[in-house]
Write a protein that binds this ligand. Structure first.
Ligand SMILES: C[S@@+](CC[C@H](N)C(=O)[O-])C[C@H]1O[C@@H](n2cnc3c(N)ncnc32)[C@H](O)[C@@H]1O
Length: 397
């Protein structure tokens, strides 16, 4: 006879899992799966705040309460560490970004069924969820959804546009990929939209890179108190509070340190927030140039270097010129670079990661070279999604 089974944890992709290993979609720990397959809600299940939850690919975990959401982020990070036999000296508090805090998002738009649909894609599908509300996006970004729908409706025929929205110092930076802007009507609609909604910038990308068509004043993001030019499409941490948490950890762990190498530095999110001398290394040319210009103007203690750290990692002899290394690589991790850090004499490494699995493999390399994982802080910037980040400190004597 089939027994009732309790959901005991949430799997990496968001399903609830019973002690026997059975996966149940949209189940929360404490829910009970009855013999007929129905779910009896437990104490950690909450009503999803958004009407689109389920089909919308933007969120997977809106049915979980705050306690279980934070535990999901923490356990993903701990599980990754333990998969490589690593235990952290200190496990810091888990940071969860609040609702409506996401300052960057890519939405998709196209005509369907006689109207324009605009929103995130459905999970595992090309279908677009036509957003009537969103509990993830900053209100400044969501406020543009309905006007964008009207503006994009000026295009004729079949089309599909990606809409990149970023909240910059001057307001919203909006990038349209695939928007033809052909003819007077489409051009007037785009410029009228930018003007009416006081966009910081509007760029159009027809396959040759983003071209600004509206930018009343240069667009910046302020990083560690320093205004840095924001190139279209450049990387920015997903939420302001998430950035503050990661930067706070780095500042604490690198306080009083001598020169720091900031690898995969982007626009200088960490470099401009630290107090001592920092050398940044970054492969994206636009981001590197923006960082270099801001450093020259405002922060003489920051020197910026353009370098592909996958093909040309910093070598042990170069790393030895620094007291500490901070790295924040893309999802793939930084295998080649971490091998050089392991072979160097540096004693302190701050590793910020957007992928606990690749981080854990790199962390193993550091541990094998005598580093101890001194502290670990789980970070959930992508609230209600299964995307998990972390900050970590490695030390060797
Ligand atoms: C997760 S982002 C972090 C950026 C920055 N630390 C921040 O917090 O804003 C990763 C950065 O690595 C850069 N990157 C990707 N591949 C690289 C490579 N092979 N060499 C150097 N930088 C690279 C990306 O352009 C991006 O700026």
């Amino acid at each position: 006879m089939i027994q009732s089974e309790e959901i005991v944890r949430v799997a990496a992709k968001g399903d609830g899992v019973t002690a026997s290993g059975r996966h149940v979609a949209l189940a929360a720990p404490g829910d009970v799966v009855l013999p007929d397959g129905t779910l009896q809600p437990g104490p950690h299940r909450v009503p999803p705040p958004c009407r689109h939850f389920g089909p919308c690919g933007g969120c997977q975990l809106q049915h979980l309460d705050e306690t279980v959401l934070a535990a999901f982020v923490r356990d993903r990070v701990l599980h990754a560490a333990r998969s490589q036999d690593l235990e952290s000296g200190v496990l810091g508090e888990t940071h969860l970004s609040p609702p409506r805090s996401r300052r960057r998002a890519t939405l998709h738009a196209q005509p369907a069924g006689g109207k324009i649909v605009l929103g995130f894609r459905e999970a595992g599908s090309h279908r677009i969820v036509d957003l009537a509300e969103c509990d993830v996006l900053r209100p400044e970004l969501f406020a543009l959804v309905a006007p964008l729908r009207r503006m994009l409706g000026a295009q004729k025929g079949r089309w599909a546009v990606d809409v990149e929205l970023t909240l910059a110092d001057q307001g919203v930076d909006c990038g349209l990929k695939g928007y033809a802007m052909e003819g007077l009507q489409a051009t007037e609609a785009a410029l009228g939209f930018a003007h009416e909604h006081r966009l910081a910038r509007l760029t159009v990308d027809l396959g040759y890179g983003p071209e600004p068509v509206w930018e009343p004043e240069p667009v910046t993001v302020t990083l560690g108190g320093t205004p840095v030019a924001l190139p279209p499409g450049a990387f920015l941490q997903a939420t302001g509070d998430g950035e503050a948490t990661l930067v706070g950890a780095a500042r604490e762990w690198l306080a009083g340190s001598g020169p720091v190498a900031d690898l995969f530095a982007g626009l200088g999110t960490f470099a401009f927030a630290l107090d001592g001398p920092v050398a940044t290394y970054e492969a994206a040319r636009n981001a590197h140039l923006a960082c270099r210009a801001a450093a020259a103007r405002y922060a003489g203690r920051v020197s910026a270097h353009h370098r592909d750290l996958f093909r040309n990692p910093l070598q042990p002899g170069e790393i030895d010129a620094f007291d500490a290394v901070l790295l924040d690589p893309p999802r793939a991790g930084a295998r080649e670079q971490v091998a050089r850090i392991a072979a160097s004499g540096v004693g302190r490494v701050v590793y910020v990661s957007c992928n606990p699995s690749s981080w854990a493999k790199d962390a193993r390399t550091l541990a094998d070279a005598g580093f101890r994982l001194a502290e670990l802080r789980p970070v959930g910037q992508f609230r209600w999604s299964t995307h998990v980040e972390l900050a970590s400190l490695f030390v060797r004597d």
